[in-house]
Design a binder for this molecule. Structure first.
Ligand code: PMP
Length: 421
C-alpha cells in the first residue's frame, strides 16, 4: 500500500476491529504445510514473515525501477533514488525522527550498532571509560562494545536482571558513573520478552550527560516507537523482524551527534570529492552509506512499515498482548514446564523450559507437528547463564498469529510431555 493510501485509510475509515483472519491471508507462507501439518509460525522474534504487499513492492521496484542510486542523470537512476529516499522518509516517519538526515540505512541492527561502536565509539571512548549495557542484551549489543573496549582500553559493565527478567534499575543506577561514556540497552529483550523502562534509563543517563543507544530489533514490530518522545540518541532496528526483507535495517542517530561522527566505511557515495591525498565527505546521512546500498531492501522495508501502520501499531500490540496472556496462562498450567521471564511489561515472547526435556528436543517434536519455535541461547548467552540455563524454547508471536496457534502449541507440548514422561 502506498503512503497516501495508508494515510487515507487511517484518516477516513472508522478503526476496524483487528481482523486476524484477513491479516493471515496477506502472508502467503502461512498457507504452507510443514511435515504434513498446517504451519504454526511462532518464530517471528528470529525473523518475521512478509506480507504480499512487501513482496509486490520489491517486485515492482525490481521489474520497473531499478538502477543505481544517487549517480545517474538517466530516468531509471532518478526513479530508483526517489524510491530509496522515499523509504528513508517512511522510516523517519515511523520512528518520528526530526529529519531524514538522522536515518542511516544499514544491513540490520548488528551493523547499526557496529557503526556506532566504530564511528562514535572510537572518537569518544578512551582508557578508563565505561560502556554500560545489561545482562539481557543480544550478542549484537555486547560484542561490538567488547571490541571497542579492547581497542580503546575502556571497560564494559552490565546491569543485572531480577529473577523475573526485569532490569534491576537500582543496580543500573549505581553502575552509571562519571566514567560511563555510553549506555546501550535493548528496548525489548529477544530472549525473555522483557520491555525495558527505556524512558527512565534515558532520563538517568542524560542527567549525567551520557548518550543512550537503544537496540530496537524486538520493539519496532510490537509497539509504537517515538525516538523524540523517548529522547534516545541512537536507535537501531532490522527490517526482517518487522515484516520486511533481510539485509536492510536502519540506524536513527540524533543529528547533532551524527554530524560530528567520522565515517566508518569509505567508498563511493559517501564522498563529495576524492583526490589521491584526501577526500571530502558527503552530507548526512549518505556519509555513512558507502557503496551501493540494498535499494530493493529499503523499498521493501518502506512497504513493511506502511503495512504495519495500516494495521495500526496500537492494534497489533493489543492483539499480541491478548495472545501473550493466553499463552502464558495455558503454558503455566502444563506440568513441569517453567516460564523463563515473567516481567510485568512484556512483548509477545514466551521462553520456557520443560523438566527432563532438552529444548532442542522440544523444537524437533514441535516441528514434526508443523510448529516452528526457536530453541537455544537466542544469541543472548549472558542472560541464559544468569538463569543457569544453556538454552530455552521460545515461542514468539507476530501480527498474524491467532488463538488457534496457541492451542496447537499447547497440544504439541502435551505430546512432548507424553513422549518424555
Ligand atoms: N538485537 C536483538 C534484541 C535481536 O533480537 C536481534 C536479532 N535476533 C539483533 C539485535 C540482531 O539483529 P540482526 O541479526 O537483524 O542484525
Amino acid at each position: 500500500m502506498s503512503t497516501n493510501a495508508a494515510v487515507a485509510r487511517s484518516a477516513l475509515s472508522p478503526k476496524p476491529t483487528y481482523d486476524v483472519a484477513r491479516v493471515r491471508s496477506e502472508f502467503p507462507i502461512l498457507a504452507r504445510q510443514i511435515n504434513g501439518k498446517p504451519l504454526v509460525y511462532l518464530d517471528s522474534a528470529a525473523s518475521s514473515q512478509r506480507p504480499l504487499t512487501v513482496l509486490r513492492a520489491i517486485e515492482l521496484y525490481e521489474t520497473t525501477m531499478h538502477a543505481n542510486v544517487h549517480r545517474g542523470v538517466h530516468t531509471l537512476s532518478q526513479t530508483a533514488t526517489e524510491a530509496f529516499e522515499n523509504a528513508r522518509e517512511i522510516v523517519r516517519r515511523f520512528l518520528n525522527a526530526r529529519s531524514a538526515r538522522e536515518i542511516v540505512f544499514v544491513r540490520g541492527t548488528t551493523e547499526a550498532i557496529n557503526l556506532v561502536a566504530n564511528s562514535w565509539g572510537r572518537s569518544h571512548v578512551g582508557p578508563g571509560d565505561e560502556i554500560l549495557i545489561t545482562y539481557l542484551e543480544h550478542h549484537a549489543n555486547i560484542v561490538p562494545w567488547q571490541m571497542l573496549c579492547a581497542a580503546t582500553g575502556a571497560q564494559l559493565r552490565a546491569a543485572p536482571v531480577r529473577p523475573n527478567g526485569e532490569l534491576d534499575l537500582e543496580a543500573f543506577r549505581e553502575l552509571l558513573s562519571a566514567r560511563t561514556r555510553l549506555v546501550a540497552v535493548a528496548h525489548v529483550s529477544n530472549a525473555l520478552g522483557t520491555i525495558l523502562p527505556v524512558q527512565e534509563i534515558v532520563h538517568l543517563a542524560h542527567a549525567r550527560g551520557v548518550p543512550v543507544l537503544l537496540d530496537g530489533a524486538q520493539a519496532v514490530p510490537h509497539q509504537t516507537v517515538d525516538v523524540q518522545a523517548i529522547d534516545c540518541d541512537f536507535y537501531a532496528f532490522s527490517g526482517h523482524k518487522v515484516y520486511g526483507p533481510t539485509g536492510i535495517g536502519a540506524l536513527y542517530a540524533r543529528e547533532s551527534l551524527l554530524a560530528a561522527m567520522p565515517p566508518w566505511q569509505g567508498g563511493g557515495d559517501m564522498i563529495l570529492s576524492v583526490g589521491i591525498e584526501s577526500s571530502t565527505y558527503n552530507e548526512l546521512p549518505w556519509r555513512f552509506e558507502a557503496g551501493t546500498p540494498n535499494i530493493s531492501g529499503a523499498v521493501g522495508l518502506g512497504a513493511a512499515l506502511e503495512y504495519v501502520e495500516s494495521l495500526g501499531r496500537t492494534a497489533i500490540a493489543a492483539h499480541e498482548h491478548t495472545l501473550l496472556e493466553l499463552a502464558t496462562e495455558r503454558l503455566s498450567a502444563l506440568p513441569r514446564l517453567k516460564l523463563i521471564g515473567t516481567a510485568s511489561a512484556k512483548a509477545a515472547v514466551v521462553s520456557f523450559v520443560m523438566d527432563g526435556v532438552h529444548p532442542h528436543d522440544i523444537g524437533t517434536i514441535l516441528d514434526s507437528e508443523g510448529i516452528a519455535i526457536r530453541t537455544g541461547h537466542h544469541c543472548a548467552m549472558p542472560i541464559m547463564e544468569a538463569f543457569g540455563l544453556a538454552a530455552t524454547a521460545r515461542a514468539s508471536f507476530g501480527c498474524y498469529n491467532n488463538a488457534e496457534d496457541v492451542d496447537r502449541l499447547v497440544e504439541g507440548l502435551q505430546k512432548v510431555r507424553k513422549l518424555f514422561g
